[in-house]
Design a protein around this ligand. Structure first.
Ligand code: BEZ
Length: 211
């Protein structure tokens, strides 16, 4: 059965470039991002892993542990990392799972046979510090992901986990947010002391509350 938002992220043990990983132990109390790559030594994946490595500090700031996956073996991963480091001018600084037996790809439904029988699509799972799946995105092999967008989504997920707000279209950290419809008008001043605007009764905004 495929995974859905709110499900507990299935645990697994797998070989990775950082040794054997038990996923839940690896996450500990952190958030996590698990992202799959169709195959080693492919151009788009090479740029994606480089882009992700350059943003590790940003993921760390948000207490998010990174974990990549590809269905190739450990030796292949290790030598591919040298190419990534060389061509993307960075150092891959998070583990890559060697999912040769497709165990993790199967568990997370990362192989879409009508797209490609052998390789994973570009799946992204963001997992909260409660081990629940907060976000699932699927990109085709031909389209590299935008890791700045993933950080933006994490900012929204972490904010909305703690405050009764939602983030509007194209929202970025620092911009006004939307007050959750469940909040009654009379409760707004206590909950959002920075003030609010009522554009429509169902569309009320307030400055980002955690700044
Ligand atoms: C790539 O990462 O470049 C790629 C992988 C599989 C199919 C197409 C592109």
């Amino acid at each position: 059965m495929s995974l859905r938002l709110g499900d507990t992220a299935p645990n697994f043990t797998a070989d990775s470039t950082a040794g054997k990983i038990n996923f839940h132990e690896y996450l500990g109390d952190s958030w996590g991002i698990l992202f799959s790559h169709p195959a080693d030594y492919t151009p788009v994946c090479t740029t994606e892993l480089g882009a992700a490595a350059k943003l590790k500090d940003e993921f760390d700031k948000r207490n998010v542990k990174m974990l990549a996956l590809s269905v190739d073996g450990l030796e292949s991963h290790k030598s591919w990392i040298n190419d990534i480091n060389e061509t993307q001018h960075t150092t891959v600084n998070f583990p890559i799972i060697a999912d040769e037996d497709r165990k993790v790809s199967g568990l997370y439904d990362m192989i879409h046979p009508n797209s490609n029988e052998n390789f994973t699509v570009r799946s992204v799972f963001i997992i909260g510090n409660d081990k629940k799946i907060k976000l699932i995105i699927t990109y085709p092999a031909s389209t590299g992901r935008n890791f700045d967008e993933l950080l933006r989504v994490i900012d929204s997920l972490q904010l909305t986990a703690n405050y009764s707000v939602a983030t509007p279209a194209n929202w970025k950290h620092g911009e006004d947010v939307v007050i959750a419809p469940a909040i009654k008008n009379e409760d707004i001043p206590a909950k959002f002391p920075k003030g609010h605007k009522e554009i429509k009764p169902y569309l009320r905004t307030t400055p980002q509350p955690n700044l």
